[in-house]
Design a protein. Structure first.
Length: 445
């Protein structure tokens, strides 16, 4: 570094400065950026105290909410992620980003695990913020922490695969020592995810993002609309979908084009046979390690933190307990490492295309897997198995019933696509509810 850029130690009373011969810089010669830096450093103690006060307040609120959740695990009403973030916290995040990089770690250390994961920090920075021991793998450490705290959150590393068994195990021929499964590819984008349970389905989204299956989104929220009508507003809320048709995985005609058998012989859950912790079909699996099933493993069901209103109604009307609903589970090896996540416990998985015409089979013979992201972004935000179509407000049905909905302009300009009537009559009305009723009277079916 040049001596001309070094601050003179003699201060303003420098003899050489008075003679005009000082080679070093003085405060009156410091550029604006240096002045701003000195002022910032002078205010740092006060700002850090204020930030820590905000963090402490935020942490107490989060802890209070956590205690309420632990007493009654399922959210009766999912809070808007935008409204739940106070102005203080928004100001806090803004202040942190303006601080010198050296101070980021000191501030981020005070956040709870869920908030840190929602910030989508780079891998190296996340490793430092969480203060992992030297040589500890981030995925392994996070898996153990999330399992121990039972937060309803899963951490998915880069190398992951997914597969599905969509049948009642007792209905499938076999010795009960394996599951017939079919792969779903590609796997999930690496990151931390949270789960929302639907009727015969689920919504899986990255922590810090909005569920597709609510009335909130990155662009706009519709709090006055019915939550079960989420399929009629996702475009205006700022989501885009890519849907893959997998009719071979439908529960009504479970005949996968490509399948293999997941061995259960290494399971250490024999004593849990018949309990909620038993791994059996139907089940959706996110595998984090290759061939973990060839070594000893165990499966444990976790707590549901978000269940939509239709699934809750199913619980009340059918007399089902929370354990009989779909829910997140964890597979661990004998060293306590998380090797897979599961979603299981319900009757079967059903799925429809949220943007397509409604199906008369309610998603039991037509099966779709939908991935979604925020509109304009490339990175995947979530994956949804929508569940059965029954009781959810499909846009085409709302249009026919004259009910207004946010995405209406995307549908009113389209013509109904003709589909053959299920009763075999010559009509090709897509309005199958009226058509079926008419045909039964007209054709006696």
């Amino acid at each position: 570094m040049s001596i001309y850029n070094t601050l003179c130690r003699n201060g303003p009373g420098c003899h050489f400065l008075a003679m005009g011969r000082c080679w070093f810089r003085h405060l009156n010669e410091v550029d604006d950026k240096m002045v701003e830096l000195f002022e910032l450093l002078a205010r740092l103690p006060e700002r850090i105290d204020r930030l820590q006060g905000i963090i402490s307040k935020h942490q107490k609120e989060k802890e209070k909410q956590r205690r309420l959740i632990l007493n009654k695990p399922v959210h009766q009403e999912l809070k808007c992620t935008h409204e739940s973030i106070s102005n203080d916290v928004t100001d806090l995040l803004s202040n942190v980003s303006q601080l010198p990089p050296e101070l980021h770690l000191a501030i981020l250390h005070h956040f709870d695990l869920e908030t840190v994961l929602g910030l989508d920090l780079p891998y190296n920075l996340l490793h430092k913020v969480l203060q992992l021991p030297r040589g500890e793998k981030l995925g392994s450490w996070l898996g153990r922490q999330l399992l121990e705290q039972d937060l309803g959150i899963l951490y998915v590393p880069g190398e992951n695969t997914m597969f599905l068994a969509n049948y009642h195990q007792e209905d499938e021929d076999g010795d009960g020592l394996s599951l017939k499964v079919s792969d779903l590819s590609p796997g999930l984008t690496p990151g931390a995810y949270k789960v929302r349970i639907l009727q015969n389905g689920f919504d899986l989204v990255r922590v810090g993002c909005d569920f597709l299956s609510t009335q909130c989104g990155p662009v706009k929220c519709f709090h006055t609309a019915k939550t079960e009508h989420w399929a009629s507003s996702f475009m205006c809320r700022g989501f885009s979908l890519q849907t893959e048709t997998r009719t071979d995985l439908a529960p009504g005609n479970w005949e996968p084009k490509h399948s293999w058998h997941l061995p259960l012989g290494q399971s250490q859950g024999d004593r849990l046979r018949g309990s909620v912790d038993e791994l059996k079909a139907p089940v959706f699996v996110i595998s984090l390690q290759e061939e973990w099933w060839t070594r000893q493993w165990s499966h444990r069901r976790g707590r549901n933190y978000s269940v939509d209103s239709v699934a809750q109604g199913q619980e009340v009307n059918d007399g089902a307990s929370e354990e009989e609903l779909l829910g997140l589970g964890v597979v661990t090896n004998m060293q306590g490492e998380v090797v897979a996540y599961t979603i299981s416990g319900g009757p079967v998985f059903a799925a429809y295309d949220p943007a397509d015409n409604p199906h008369s089979d309610e998603g039991w013979y037509n099966f779709s897997v939908s991935r979604y992201q925020y509109t304009g972004q490339i990175e995947q935000a979530g994956l949804i198995i929508t569940g059965s179509q029954n009781d959810y407000g499909m846009p085409w049905l709302l249009e026919e019933e004259g009910i207004e909905f946010p995405d209406q302009e995307h549908y009113t300009a389209k013509q109904y696509l003709p589909t053959s009537c299920a009763t075999g009559c010559p009509n090709t009305w897509n309005r199958f509810h009226q058509c079926t009723a008419f045909c039964r009277q007209r054709w006696g079916n």
